[in-house]
Design a protein around this ligand. Structure first.
Ligand code: UT7
Length: 334
């Protein structure tokens, strides 16, 4: 006999952005750059940065609390917590364990997922599988990053791009008879392209040492130009796959919530899907690239201001280090 399968739905969202703001003008006092260079090329004007002592798990816990409040879910109901992050509080234990304590998720099994900017969608897919299998009824998926901790503030080619923040979604078994839920998730990886976007030191292959610190090897390095091309191609193709796997066509999509890495990448992906920019949720201007937090932060803003409504078809698409890519179609609501 086959195991029962259930539909998983997004029952509530939450997000948190730290209050400190760094503008392009602020950056122009730190490195040789300008708002005139940054804004037209990226769409970014400012980004939020965590306060001293404010960690990834603090931002994740706040986003989680807000998502649970929106979903009407009590902390003890959460059976699974997945935190997507590339900026864990420390290598051990998983940041999800700290979030469990801070958000009071005593009954949750907790672990992290590492898939860079695709991390939230990878984690959403994992949570969906648990719910579909009937293993858990209520899960929390959080994307949280303190990118400022791994940003080289002397490297103008990368420090202009990133920001800090966290976003969360409660993933629950859909209400009986509801047509809403996560309709598809598509993911992909090409590890041979890992050298395009990486942090060299701080892991077991090259532990942090006086030499790695002096050579600034603990920070993000990126071949931005090459990444840009892969991002457009892979985000568009995985998005089309997720739409088709959901049994829909691009015209059926009400909202696209893409990973916020560069407004020009977002525009190119929208064009490939034949979607007007009016259907695309963007917040990159004020957040920069918050990696795994980017999609849930943008989604939460669009849910709270009433753009994304229950019953609408929402497409998520992401791309990041790995290289990794992912997309998902959700008929929003429980
Ligand atoms: O989250 C997923 C991963 N990340 C991405 O998806 C990022 C993808 N890539 C990008 O968004 C773009 O490649 C960037 C915004 C990072 C860079 O834009 P670009 O048009 O590809 O610029 P470039 O790297 O080709 O640099 C063009 C010029 C260079 O000068 P030369 O060699 O032409 O004299 C750079 O040195 O611009 C220079 N430059 C800057 N100038 C002022 C690079 N960064 C800066 C800067 N301010 N911040």
């Amino acid at each position: 006999m086959n195991a029962p399968t259930f539909r998983a739905a997004i029952a509530g969202t939450g997000s948190y952005l730290p209050s400190r703001i760094l503008t392009n003008d602020d950056l122009s006092k730190m490195v040789d750059t300008s708002d005139e260079w940054i804004y037209p090329r990226t769409g970014i004007r400012s980004r939020h940065l965590a306060a001293e002592g404010e960690n990834t798990s603090d931002m994740a816990a706040e986003a989680a609390r807000r998502a649970m409040a929106a979903a009407g879910v009590a902390p003890e109901e959460v059976e699974l917590l997945i935190v997507a992050t590339i900026t864990p509080d420390s290598p051990l234990p998983a940041t999800a364990c700290h979030v469990q304590t801070k958000a009071g998720l005593a009954n949750a099994t907790c672990f992290d997922v590492t898939a860079a900017c695709s991390g939230f969608l990878y984690a959403l897919d994992v949570a969906r599988q648990f719910v579909m299998a009937g293993t858990v009824r209520t899960a929390l998926v959080v994307g949280a990053e303190k990118m400022s901790a791994i940003t080289d503030w002397t490297d103008r080619t990368t420090c202009i791009l990133f920001g800090d923040g966290a976003g969360a979604a409660v993933v629950r078994r859909a209400d009986e008879g509801s047509p809403n839920g996560i309709l598809s998730c598509a993911t992909g990886t090409d590890g041979s392209l890992a050298p395009l976007l990486f942090v060299e030191a701080g892991g077991s292959a090259l532990p942090t040492s006086a030499e790695t610190l002096a050579a600034r090897k603990g920070y993000v390095r990126m071949d931005g130009h090459t990444i840009f091309k892969h991002a457009v191609r892979n985000m568009a193709s995985v998005a089309l796959k997720a739409v088709s796997d959901a049994g829909l066509s691009p015209a059926d999509i009400d909202w696209i919530v893409p990973h916020q890495a560069n407004i020009r990448i977002i525009q190119a992906v929208a064009k490939a899907l034949d979607a007007p920019m009016e259907k695309v949720v963007t917040n990159i201007e004020t957040t920069g690239n918050t990696t795994a937090a980017s999609i849930p932060v943008a989604l939460d803003a669009a849910v709270r201001d009433g753009r994304v409504k229950p019953g609408q078809n929402v497409l998520f698409a992401a791309f990041g280090a790995g290289l990794t890519w992912a997309a998902s179609v959700v008929r929003f609501g429980r």
